[in-house]
Ligand binder design. Structure first.
Ligand code: BGC
Length: 763
């Protein structure tokens, strides 16, 4: 330690009387995430804690919800998700929190006229299988947030998709822990490259929205480590988020935000996490229990049943029911995150700064283009010939925009919302509207086919649509299924009789293409009757342009499914959300004045949701049950073909797999070769698990050798140790491991075997 640092630490330790600017200046050289180490951030956080009064410490452990909070001096609250007043005397910044999964959010336009760049849904980013795009998206959002003076982004949603109908799947990164973990880590790294804080959320097992604030998610702890928690673990290792947001639901009997096992044992002890745990909004149910069991900060406290971390908390500390050492630890963790992310040394501007929206729109467009998945292309209908003379587009407001997902992640995008439909009922009604981004597929298609007559019909009349399709060279039906936070859909079928519309149009014109705008899979009873299907997800504010570019081959499709698409709902572990009946009963019993805020399930009693599939989530469940899905995980077509050859497996103490990828077709394109390794889980099941992937762009005829080194966590089983939470960690058993390289889960274009030594990996 240099003399300067030592002197400053000593000054702070003694409760310094330095002025704020002097402190801030002297603190600056000590560390930032770019120049310093975790250790020095830790030392600085320690020193600050020692310099703080009790009141100052108490101030940091609870945040306000601006729409409901009384004004808190001295810094004005921006209408957004959260606000934690800073401590100017010590240079500790006010924390201004905004949702930011897909862009800087502005639900129901709480800040009139404040637009931001809207990326495609996170599931579309996952479908790119391109970590670089996840990083670029995060970096873009972070830059806009800084320019809008936000410094804590509630981003990094990584709950695994266990149920294809989950209302929030669009905000997450799919069903596989490796893919989701890598992508979320890159996204967080991108956000924090702006020297602001990102969360990773919702820790853990917030896998359905129905009854999310009361349900008890039940699963074996080793199985949870091998699935949802592995995604978090990889995301935290890769992205180093300054904060972890704990979830609404209970996990094995205790609320996630007061769950000793999750917060103290897994996150802080086993993973050595140094940042802070903030609650989800309205997810706190106690004072002492939550504090002792690992919660460091109560967010949006006005949304809790009582303000547990305000006066009640202060009283508990003064009475010794919460030890001062624990309060110090909470504050130290918050400060560590603020320092380690770089925020302390590089505070956000005090007033809004200009933003290069044109450049940021390109980031959104690239992500949309790489995330769109071509599911079917019979007779090479796509790419569309520019010679078509008459094209009719049908449905989903494709004349003016593309659909987005609802809830706290909703971005008011640049260009505004050409269609916006308020909700009249349901848990999302208070904070979500069905919103289209202004990115017109019609205009984008017209621009690429200037010689054609391209028209639009809203699809409300299937007969008229069929007649128009008959008169055209080809028909493109835009199908839509809106999803939102706080609600699960009651059916995975397309709403509003769209199946009948597609049938009618496909019956009238053989060349009917369906573009699906949805937050995940929808049922496709018409799959065999249409020659081509594009899964466009919610493609963000440049979605129209991205769809058009894929249709006309300006860009070759390269997205792959990050979740399995079922033929029917009963193929998945739970055909519908649990607790729906309870929710309806509670809704019926509530009087009209009793509003649900932020999806709080007022009046619903706790109910269990069992996850008997354990770690066999998604494609592993289908393999175990021998069920053939409609489209498998990892699947996606393109306009050329790729071949794999010359597999080489290097095994022993570790596992590296090499092979050649060749573009054997006639067009340039990008492929996503996938490595699957069969391994045994804690539950004793054997399943192929995704162990590596890479996006490879190749010219026709070009070959590239690809090498993938496997992270042992992905092929290990988790071994629980002695009772009482003592953990033994990850074990790779000595033995043989079948290895496959394929185009999707279940494919075995190349197959081999690895012989691995026993290895134990820390928990
Ligand atoms: C959501 C979080 C979000 C928070 C603040 C909650 O309802 O679950 O993802 O960050 O609200 O808006």
């Amino acid at each position: 330690m240099t003399m300067k640092i030592a002197a400053l630490l000593a000054a702070l330790t003694l409760g310094s009387s330095l002025t704020a600017p002097a402190l801030a200046q002297q603190a600056a050289p000590l560390a930032s995430s770019t120049t310093g180490t975790h250790q020095s951030a830790q030392a600085r956080a320690d020193a600050l804690v020692k310099a703080m009064t009790l009141e100052e410490k108490l101030q940091l452990v609870h945040g306000y919800f601006p729409p409901l909070a009384k004004p808190v001096p001295p810094i004005a609250m921006i209408p957004s998700a959260g606000h934690v007043p800073g401590i100017p005397r010590l240079g500790i910044p006010t924390l201004r929190e905004s949702d930011a999964s897909l862009g800087v959010a502005n639900q129901i336009e709480q800040r009139k006229g404040d637009v931001a760049t809207a990326l495609p849904a996170s599931i579309a980013t996952a479908a790119t299988f391109n970590p670089k795009l996840a990083y670029e998206g995060g970096a873009m959002i972070g830059a806009e947030a800084r320019a809008k003076t936000f410094n804590v982004l509630l981003a990094g949603g990584v709950n695994l998709t266990r149920d294809p109908w989950n209302g929030r799947n669009f905000e997450y990164l799919g069903e596989d822990p490796l893919l989701a973990g890598v992508m979320v880590g890159e996204h967080i790294k991108g956000v924090q490259s702006n020297h602001i804080v990102s969360t990773i959320k919702h820790f853990a097992l917030n896998s359905q929205e129905t009854g999310r604030t009361v349900l008890d998610a039940r699963i074996g702890t080793a199985e949870l480590r091998e699935s949802d928690l592995l995604a978090f673990q990889l995301g935290i290792e890769g992205g180093n988020p300054a904060s972890v947001m704990c979830a609404y639901n209970k996990v094995n009997g205790d609320y996630a935000c007061e769950n000793d096992w999750l917060l103290n044992k897994v996150l802080k002890r086993d993973w050595g996490y140094k940042g802070w745990v903030m609650s989800d909004w309205g997810a706190v149910h106690s004072t002492e229990k939550a504090a002792i069991n690992g919660l460091d900060q109560d967010s949006g406290q006005e949304l809790d049943d009582a303000m547990f971390f305000d006066t009640k908390f202060a009283e508990a500390v003064k009475a010794g029911r919460i030890p001062m050492a624990r309060l110090d630890d909470m504050v130290r963790r918050i400060l560590f995150g603020v320092i380690d992310s770089g925020l302390m040394d590089d505070p956000v501007p005090e007033s809004a700064q200009p933003i290069d929206y044109a450049r940021h729109a390109e980031v959104a467009q690239r992500a949309a283009e790489e995330g769109i998945v071509l599911l079917k292309n019979q007779g090479d209908l796509l790419p569309l010939a520019r010679t078509a003379k008459k094209i009719v587009l049908i449905g989903a407001h494709a004349d003016v925009g593309v659909l987005s997902g609802g809830g706290s992640s909703q971005v008011r995008s640049v260009g505004g919302a050409p269609v916006e439909i308020p909700l009249t009922k349901g848990a999302a009604a208070s904070f979500a509207r069905i919103t289209w981004h202004a990115s017109s597929p019609l205009k984008a298609i017209q621009a690429l086919a200037p010689g054609a007559t391209v028209t639009y019909l809203d699809g409300s009349n299937p007969k008229a649509a069929a007649a128009a399709a008959k008169r055209a060279d080809m028909a493109i039906v835009f199908a839509w299924a809106w999803r939102t936070e706080a609600q699960d859909p009651e059916s995975m079928a397309l709403p509003d009789d769209q199946d009948a519309l597609i049938d009618a149009v496909a019956g009238a014109n053989r060349k009917t293409l369906v573009v699906v705008e949805a937050g995940g899979p929808v049922l496709m009873p018409w799959v065999s009757r249409v020659p081509a299907i594009l899964q466009a997800w919610y493609p963000g504010q440049r979605g129209g342009e991205a769809i058009a570019n894929i249709l006309f081959g300006e860009v070759a499709p390269s997205g792959r499914l990050p979740i399995t698409f079922p033929v029917a709902v009963d193929q998945a572990p739970r055909p519908e959300p649990l607790g729906l009946a309870e929710l309806h009963a509670a809704e019926a019993g509530r009087d009209a004045g009793d509003k649900t805020v932020y999806g709080m399930s007022g009046g619903v009693a706790s109910f269990p949701v069992d996850y008997p599939e354990g770690a066999d989530v998604g494609y592993r469940w289908y393999a175990a049950k021998n069920r053939k899905p409609l489209f498998p995980f990892g699947f996606g077509l393109t306009y050329t073909a790729f071949r794999y050859a010359n597999l080489k497996v290097s095994d022993g103490a570790g596992l590296t797999v090499e092979f050649d990828v060749t573009n054997s077709g006639k067009r340039e394109g990008a492929d996503v070769p996938q490595l699957y390794v069969e391994a045994k889980s804690a539950a004793g099941t054997r399943a192929y698990r995704l162990a590596g992937f890479e996006k490879v762009r190749l010219a026709p005829g070009e070959t590239r050798r690809v090498s993938m080194t496997v992270d042992p966590h992905v092929i290990a089983r988790f071994e629980n140790g002695a009772p009482g939470g003592q953990t033994a960690g990850w074990v790779v058993d000595a033995g043989t491991y079948p290895v496959r390289v394929g185009h999707f889960a279940g494919d075995a274009a190349l197959a081999g075997t690895a012989r691995l030594d026993r290895a134990a990996v820390r928990p």
